[in-house]
Every structure is written in C-alpha cells, then in structure tokens.
Design a protein around this ligand. Structure first.
Ligand SMILES: NC(=O)c1ccc[n+]([C@@H]2O[C@H](COP(=O)([O-])OP(=O)(O)OC[C@H]3O[C@@H](n4cnc5c(N)ncnc54)[C@H](OP(=O)(O)O)[C@@H]3O)[C@@H](O)[C@H]2O)c1
Length: 323
C-alpha cells in the first residue's frame, strides 16, 4: 500500500458522485484511481468529470485492478451482495453502501467471506463517523443522562420519483425501510443494542415496496420508536430519553448541534460543522483502518451491521404480514 490509499468507485450514480467529490477533498490521504460502470461510456464520462485516471466498462474489470486498495460500492440495494462479493473475492477492501444487503442472511454471507479471507469490509453507515453521534454515544456510555429508557428517531423525505426509480422499484429492492429506516434503526441499536422484539407497521406504495413505516423496538428496560417515510417530510430528529436527562440531535444525519438537557441544569450544546458533503470522515475512518491493518471498523463493526439487518428483516416482515 502506498502512502495515499487508492480508491476504486463502483457505479456512477448520485451517491458515487457525492462520495467522489468528498474523496477529492483529501488529496494528501486518498487517490481516486479508477471507476467502474456497467458501460464504458458512463465510466469514461465520470472519470473525465472527476479527473480519474482509469475507467472500466464493467465492475469485474474494476475489481481486478491490482493497484486499487479499496472499492466503494454504490449500486442499488439489490446489487450490494453481488458487487461486494466480487470485490472481496478479488481481495479488495470494500466500503459498501447502506444497507449492506437486502436481508440479514445475505449480510451473513458477506461477513463470513470477509472474515474467512481477512479482508476489510464496512457498511457505509457514515452517520456513525459524525463527531456529534460519537459524542452522543460517549455521553450515553458515561451515564450522562442516567439509564436510557426511550429512543425516538425518524427520517422522512417527500420523494417525487417514477415507479421505476430505485426507491420505488421492487426489483432494485426499493422501499423506505431499506433506504431510510436503516438509519434510525442503526442509531437506536447504537444506544440500546439489538431489540428483543420488533413490532412493525406501515403502508405500501403502488409498486409494492414500503412507502411509510413505523416500528416499536422492545428491550427489557427500554423502547425505541423508529419511523421512515418516502412521502412525508420530517425534521429527522433523534431523541434519547434517560432517567436523569435527555439528548436531542436535530436532523441527525447531518446535524451540526447536539443538545443535552440534564435535570436541574442549563442545557448544554455541542456544535460541529461537517466538511464537504459530510462523508470525508467516513473515508478517513476506512483509511485509518486500512493503515492499521484492521479488517473491520470499530465504529461500524460487522456485528452491528448484522444486528441492524436482523431488525430490518423483522420490521419488513411485520409490515408485509400486516398488509
Ligand atoms: N450514504 C448516503 O448518504 C446515501 C445517499 C444516497 C444513496 N445511498 C445509497 O447508495 C446506493 C446508490 O444510491 P444512488 O442514489 O446513488 O442510486 P443511483 O443514483 O440510482 O445510482 C446507482 C448506480 O448503480 C449502478 N447500477 C447497477 N445496477 C443498476 C441497476 N439495475 N439499475 C440502476 N443502476 C444500477 C448505476 O451505475 P452504472 O450505470 O455506472 O453501473 C447507477 O448509476 C443505495 O444503496 C443507497 O441506499 C446512500
């Protein structure tokens, strides 16, 4: 591995563009060496636009490039399993978009492969690298608000997209739970661990994928309510309620302020501005792990991803059973 970590970008869509732009903000640490697309033309367009040296007209050619250290998989959900497996089998470290796969069973398959090979794998749950989420986790662990009794987290946007868009398309594993619900579940599980029981409900879109969904996550001494929607607009807030205080992270994906209220004390605020589009910290965490020879990120360990995938499975199953 050279001084700079050499990245390959797998796919040329919306988030591939955003992440590439953030990687280009780290020229001393990272080099975006190559891009792979299902067509050579799209790969070349993307490479020209971002000043990337190598363009490949297939994901397999990208995975086979011996000079790449890590591949960022940015395809629709249904493809994460195949593309991540392709890259892992080629011996490449992988940062794969959220959710790692469509089901927990698929995620188990990738985790087993990565662990057997000793190859780095991380789900791109980038929010976990946000300094305010790290601060929140630290405050909870240190008992700053007593024992946590309840978490509420929602992520809701109004999307105006056609039925064949990946968000609504069942063939691409669309749906609010996989696309958005993964975030509230990850953060609720970060605070409370994996729930003992998941009580879910929701509403399906015309294409059959879930459009709006809510779940109650039941623990021995606490509960969480998680909500996601592709057809309502929300503040996307996180609240953590403890026995001696509470934490509030407004717009928790890209929050710039964490507020702590403690009984008998003035509210405390923690402020943090995010560089770029907010994804440089995730890239730096990947590169820190690779330089340290780690095969998992301690911030987003694979067991955490598996816990979240099991919760998502249960939520989706409950919703489908109820409709
Ligand atoms: N971390 C975040 O904040 C964030 C934000 C948005 C999305 N995401 C995640 O990133 C992933 C991609 O989302 P996106 O919004 O970037 O999607 P997108 O704009 O539709 O791009 C997806 C790309 O995947 C490739 N692809 C492979 N198979 C495909 C297929 N059957 N249909 C369509 N495209 C296919 C295409 O690239 P080629 O044609 O070049 O092969 C396409 O450009 C999803 O897993 C999503 O959950 C994460």
């Amino acid at each position: 591995m050279t001084d700079r970590i050499r990245w390959g970008i797998l796919a040329t869509g919306g988030i591939a563009t955003t992440i590439t732009e953030d990687l280009l903000l780290l020229p001393d640490e990272a080099e975006v060496l190559a891009v792979g697309s299902r067509t050579l033309e799209r790969a070349q367009d993307f490479a020209t636009k971002h000043g990337i040296e190598r363009a490949y007209g297939s994901y397999a050619e990208l995975a086979a490039d011996a000079d790449i250290d890590v591949i960022y998989v940015a395809t629709p959900h249904n493809d994460h399993l195949a593309s991540t497996e392709l890259c892992l089998r080629a011996g490449k470290a992988v940062l794969c978009e959220k959710p790692l796969t469509v089901t927990a069973a698929e995620a188990e398959r990738l985790v087993t492969l990565a662990r057997e090979q000793g190859t780095f794998l991380m789900e791109a749950y980038w929010t976990r690298t946000h300094p305010l989420v790290r601060k929140l986790a630290e405050l909870v662990a240190n008992g700053a608000i007593g024992e946590v009794r309840h978490v509420s987290a929602e992520l809701a946007f109004c999307f105006d997209v056609d039925d064949d868009h990946r968000l609504l398309n069942p063939d691409l594993a669309g749906g609010a739970i996989l696309d958005l619900g993964v975030y509230p579940v990850h953060i609720a599980n970060l605070v409370l661990g994996e729930p003992q029981r998941v009580i879910g409900t929701g509403r399906l879109a015309g294409t059959g994928v879930d459009a709006d969904a809510t779940a109650l996550l039941v623990h021995e001494n606490a509960t969480a309510v998680v909500h996601c929607s592709m057809e309502a607009s929300g503040p996307s807030d996180l609240h953590v309620l403890g026995t001696t205080g509470r934490l509030h992270l407004p717009h928790f994906l890209k929050s710039e302020k964490l507020i702590m209220h403690r009984d008998g004390a003035d509210p405390e605020e923690f402020v943090q501005h995010l560089p770029g589009h907010g994804y440089t910290l995730q890239a730096q965490e990947v590169m820190r792990c690779l330089r340290a020879g780690l095969t998992e990120s301690p911030l987003v360990p694979l067991d955490t991803t598996l816990e979240t995938m099991r919760t998502l499975d249960a939520w989706r199953a409950a919703l489908n059973d109820g409709n």
